[in-house]
Design a protein around this ligand. Structure first.
Ligand code: SAH
Length: 329
């Protein structure tokens, strides 16, 4: 089968069968590091909502995991008087149950098509796009082919497919050296395009956080993580988290094509600082001095350039008649 389909099936099984977050799981995400992450996102959305005139809106999260970010963001929004409807796009039945425990009033969706269409949407996605399946093409001596996964004598392994795919790569890549790989993420682009269309028709803002590149670093970025260590992406499918770097240039192009204004991307650390992470950390430490070491550690993990500060970025899609969210100047 195509590597794209393999990644889709493996991740569907992976997320349907475990809660992978935290020290005892496979990886740790920003909202699980500190409540400050979700709070500042809630604050940013609440602030742009106020500037737009405080009408009815829906809070939407794509791939909410344990629901931690949503809980923290909604608490911060409430402080400025924003209590939106809550809509969660989540395919994993197991994670939906976790989310239901913490967000009993939410409505769940399998995809973005069924989201409400009668009000502006404030959408958040953290480490969502990186989990969507990528398509890879590999240059062989006979030209470009889709990368497929075969069940070989030593287990699953990538092999070139039979169909010529040269028409799918840019002219500058046609004569690339054999072994070269290009990657894209049709699912991520389709979602960005659909959301941008919603922004154009209904209004709203989306903030998406992920690690990735600006489109020029073409190549194979597929990776597997199990128990906080890199693993073979093709061995034991469904038992490790498969991700690929997000191509922010491709996401931005899809969103502009769909009718949204694109702001950013900027580095996540820089964005969090601009939103007031230092003040929030200081306030939390004042209220709970016994937790000040933990708060300082979280602050460093979110902002240090060799932790999440630089590799992770945030991009915004904004409705034509909505103001830019804060933090991108
Ligand atoms: N945002 C959370 C979880 C990130 S992990 C956090 O930061 O902690 C990826 C999340 O996306 C999980 O909730 C997973 O179940 C969900 N997911 C993965 N593929 C999906 C898809 N195609 N549609 C909807 N949700 C998906």
């Amino acid at each position: 089968m195509a590597l794209e389909r393999f990644m889709e099936l493996a991740n569907a099984h992976y997320y349907a069968t475990r809660d992978p977050f935290g020290a005892a799981g496979d990886f740790v995400t920003a909202p699980e590091i500190s409540q400050m992450f979700g709070e500042l996102i809630g604050l940013a959305l609440g602030e742009v909502w106020q500037r737009h005139g405080r009408g009815p809106v829906a809070y939407v999260e794509l791939g909410p995991g344990r629901g931690t970010l949503a809980v923290d963001a909604l608490r911060a929004m409430k402080v400025v008087g924003l209590t939106p409807e809550v809509h969660l796009v989540e395919t994993s039945p197991l994670l939906r149950e976790k989310q239901r425990e913490r967000l009993p009033v939410a409505t769940w969706h399998m995809g973005v098509d069924t989201l409400p269409n009668d009000r502006p949407l404030l959408i958040v996605a953290n480490e969502f796009f990186d989990a969507l399946p990528v398509r890879q093409l590999v240059r062989t001596f006979g030209g470009w082919r889709e990368r497929m996964i075969a069940d070989g004598p030593e287990g699953f392994e990538p092999v070139p497919g039979d169909c010529a795919m040269d028409q799918h790569v840019g002219p500058h890549l046609r004569g690339a050296d054999p072994g070269g790989i290009v990657e894209d993420c049709p699912a991520a682009q389709a979602i960005a395009y659909a959301i941008a269309g919603r922004m154009a028709r209904q209004g709203g803002v989306m903030l998406a956080f992920d690690y990735g590149h600006d489109g020029r670093a073409a190549g194979d970025t597929l990776q597997a993580v199990h128990a906080h260590a890199y693993a073979d992406p093709f061995a034991r499918p469904g038992s490790s988290d498969l991700t690929a770097h997000v191509d922010f240039a491709a996401l931005a192009a899809a969103a502009s094509g769909g009718g949204a204004r694109v702001v950013g991307p900027v580095e996540q650390g820089q964005w969090l600082m601009a939103l007031g992470l230092s003040d929030r950390a200081a306030a939390l430490a004042r209220n709970a001095p016994e937790r000040s070491n933990e708060i300082a550690t979280a602050y460093r993990r979110l902002t240090d350039r060799d932790e999440m500060g630089e590799l992770f970025r945030v991009i915004a899609f904004v409705a034509p008649d909505w103001p830019d969210p804060a933090g991108f100047a």
